[in-house]
Unconditional design. Structure first.
Length: 430
């Protein structure tokens, strides 16, 4: 018994080589979905098994093979038709798990994803390919948050291009993507073109489609309408950011919580450490124009982003400082509030210097993303309290989710969970 797994595209038999067509003619059974079997309608004498549910089809196929071998005592040849490459997000893997390798022969065709990237004339060896379903939406969400440069998305009936666009909009990404939809690849009605993500619901697409996301120039180069900006909680996408490190932007919801934990007042000096791209500094500066904010960043590119965002939002009370931690801290004015968005591994040393420099009654707020940093910070603060009783702290564990529409349904996608550590100094001199 031999199962020939043959990839076929929308050009039907014309896209198969002569040798593969000869294999099809020898077949004793044709298996495939209605579209693929339709390409072989001229083979009227060969029995056909319609592929609907894969588990049921496998059961029917095994029963057919048993009946054949009992009735004919010969080895049958089964033609299993699939779209494109059988081993690329298709049934090839499932067949390999159910039959011995010596009974399977694969004949790959060009995959739809391969065709799409070639239509765009873009190399795709570095693309991340995701087939979206209820379980893999988290993988797509993570790829978008990471700012993966090229993403190929195999859509489905339940997760069409509109659902992908809604997810992108709900994440309020710092990275901007070109949104390409490829339809009917290899067929007469082939269409490959970009669409505006925020107006995707205005379009109808063929059931045979996929989505490709490519890096785009940021849309935020346009001027910001400062008069209509919210006083608190600027949308993430309005900030200039590093497209290679989108995680550096502290999400809007987390900024709002951090601002509350800082307990800000007018005319204060604030240190924003590891400040790139300057989101929190900008928020504080707009809320308290009489305060002075030191946006401290050790990378030149990060410092450049801070200055760009300050110009963008017409901020003049943020002082951008480029330097290494903790040495640079000795040269700054005494702070009333200190914020650390991305702690270094020398966190205890930095906290020690910050506690010395902090004015009486001041606060330090640290956003911790790993268990290791939480342990480092808690060990330091507990040792500090043992020696100096006027210090105290509390923790705020943050797990936020944003909603997005999925057809007629609503799902939630999580914002990366963090722990906010607030350390405060109840000095007698405060």
């Amino acid at each position: 018994m031999t199962i020939h797994i043959i990839g076929i595209n929308l050009d039907g038999l014309a896209g198969l080589s002569d040798s593969v067509r000869r294999v099809v003619k020898r077949g004793n059974l044709l298996v495939g979905n209605s579209r693929n079997l339709g390409f072989l309608s001229s083979y009227e004498t060969i029995p056909k098994l319609l592929l609907t549910d894969m588990v049921e089809t496998l059961s029917e196929l095994k029963q057919w093979l048993t009946n054949w071998e009992r009735n004919y005592q010969t080895n049958p040849e089964v033609i299993f038709l699939v779209s494109g490459d059988p081993l690329f997000f298709d049934v090839g893997g499932l067949l390999a798990a159910n039959f011995p390798p010596e009974q399977l022969i694969f004949y790959p065709h060009i995959s739809s994803m391969q065709l799409a990237f070639n239509r765009l004339q873009i190399p795709w060896e570095d693309a991340r390919i995701i087939r979206v379903d209820s379980r893999s939406m988290d993988s797509l969400t993570q790829a978008l948050k990471e700012g993966v440069k090229k993403i190929g998305i195999l859509t489905s009936v339940d997760y069409p291009p509109q659902a992908i666009a809604q997810l992108i909009l709900s994440l309020d990404l710092a990275k901007v993507y070109q949104f390409w939809v490829a339809e009917n690849l290899g067929g007469e009605n082939e269409r490959v073109q970009p669409y505006p993500v925020d107006r995707i619901n205005n379009y109808q697409f063929s059931p045979l489609n996929l989505v490709i996301l490519l890096p785009d120039l940021p849309a935020i180069i346009d001027q910001v309408d400062l008069a209509n900006l919210p006083s608190l909680g600027i949308p993430d996408h309005l900030f200039f950011g590093n497209s290679n490190q989108p995680e550096l932007i502290t999400p809007r919801e987390l900024r709002i919580l951090a601002l509350g934990e800082l307990g800000l007042q007018p005319n204060q000096v604030v240190w924003d450490m590891q400040a790139s791209p300057g989101c929190l500094s900008v928020e504080i500066a707009r809320l308290f124009p009489q305060s002075t904010i030191y946006a401290i960043e050790k990378t030149a590119s990060g410092t450049c982003l801070i200055e760009q965002n300050c110009r963008r939002f017409q901020i003049n009370n943020v002082i951008s400082i480029n330097g290494e931690f903790p040495a640079i801290l000795h040269h700054l004015r005494t702070p009333d509030r200190i914020f650390m968005g991305i702690p270094d591994n020398n966190l205890p040393e930095i906290l020690g210097i910050c506690s010395i420099r902090l004015s009486p009654g001041g606060r330090i707020v640290v956003v911790l993303r790993t268990l290791e940093h939480i342990n480092l910070a808690l060990q330091w603060v507990k040792d500090k309290i043992t020696r100096e009783k006027h210090w105290n702290y509390h923790l705020l564990q943050v797990q936020l989710s944003r909603s997005f529409s999925l057809g007629s349904l609503t799902r939630f996608v999580s914002v990366n969970p963090v722990t906010i550590l607030t350390i405060y100094n109840h000095s007698l001199f405060s």
